[in-house]
Design a protein around this ligand. Structure first.
Ligand SMILES: [Zn+2]
Length: 320
């Protein structure tokens, strides 16, 4: 199956064409000569994704965190992103960074640093608003602003999108057509989870048909626990779970031939995150189990085989 211009060619990645493979990203044998498990080609490739945003990019809250105050809030994205880039470099993992346009506009050199480290780049919108709270015109305008900001920062083309707070759902399925019309070939915004999406959504990468053409939808990792579906691949679900539990779930998925998709934020690695008063649900999502998360993420990355989300797109396309 070919998804239009999304097919990556030589020297390109699925999400954009500026990312060259990083030579140092080969896993080295252990001291005893054995190649680590993560390098086993029989294992499915999983995706690590990063939503590159500030700690104050919280959907659905106004007050001190409203858009008009962003310029006055303490900026943390540069040191936290550097920490994350350092962690990924040491783990020899390349990821896909979905970058907020507002960030790309202010820190184009940070976008370049992400690129220079060999990661893929996608859009995480411009103003970090829930898609279902926008109409089609406002969504398209915000999407275009994010593309302009990323292009000004040196990203040649942008084909992969993740909505803030997984906000492409039954209330905003029209957005998929807009994404296709704007040149996107991959969306990673639909969570198979009741609180932000629907448990009826497929848990595996799948093609969604729109009036403008197909788009590949790549959902994040969820798990069934105590009769509920929980977000095992991101947020509080990932932070509170032991690396062993996460890796076991990934292994089970991989054995059934499916990839797992994880999502993290630079602010989750902040050793001293600014604290603001948030509604209970958002407080939990943003502050629960932050302590030691970097170490747990390191353990997870060393125990599986992870790459940019475009790899999943290539593998999925090849098998469809
Ligand atoms: Zn976000």
């Amino acid at each position: 199956m070919t998804l239009g211009s999304g097919q990556a060619g030589p020297g390109t990645s699925w999400c954009n064409s500026i990312v060259a493979p990083k030579a140092t990203m080969q896993r080295r044998p252990n001291a005893d000569g054995r190649v680590p498990r993560a390098a086993n080609p029989a294992h499915a490739e999983n995706a690590l994704t990063v939503d590159l945003e500030e700690w104050f990019h919280v959907c659905g809250v106004g007050g001190v965190l409203a858009f008009e105050h962003w310029n006055t809030l303490p900026a943390r994205v540069v040191p936290t992103t550097r920490s994350l880039l350092d962690l990924l470099d040491r783990a020899e993992v390349r990821a896909t960074f979905f970058i907020v346009g507002w960030i790309a506009e202010r820190y184009p050199w940070l976008v370049q640093a992400v690129h220079d480290a060999g990661h893929e780049i996608g859009s995480h919108s411009y103003r970090h608003q829930r898609v279902y709270e926008l109409d089609e015109t406002a969504f398209r305008s915000d999407l275009r602003a994010s593309i302009v900001a990323l292009k000004a920062a040196g990203v040649a083309d942008v084909r992969c999108f993740r909505a803030p707070e997984w906000s492409v759902n039954d209330r905003s399925l029209w957005a998929l057509e807009t994404l296709v019309e704007e040149g996107f070939t991959l969306d990673a915004s639909m969570a198979p989870l009741k609180m932000v999406g629907s448990v009826m959504y497929p848990r595996r990468p799948h093609v969604r048909r729109t009036g403008a053409g197909p788009i590949l939808e790549v959902p994040p990792l969820v798990a069934d626990r105590f009769g509920q579906v929980m977000p095992l691949g991101w947020g509080w679900g990932l932070r509170m779970s032991s690396p062993r539990r996460v890796l076991r779930a990934i292994d089970r998925l991989n054995r059934s031939g499916q990839p797992a998709v994880l999502a993290v934020h630079p602010w989750e690695l902040d050793p001293d995150p600014p604290r603001v008063r948030l509604p209970a649900g958002l407080r939990f999502a943003h502050y629960f189990c932050l302590a030691g998360f970097g170490e747990r993420l390191r353990t997870i990355l060393s125990g599986g085989r992870f790459g940019p989300i475009g790899r999943i797109a290539e593998a999925t396309s090849a098998s469809m």
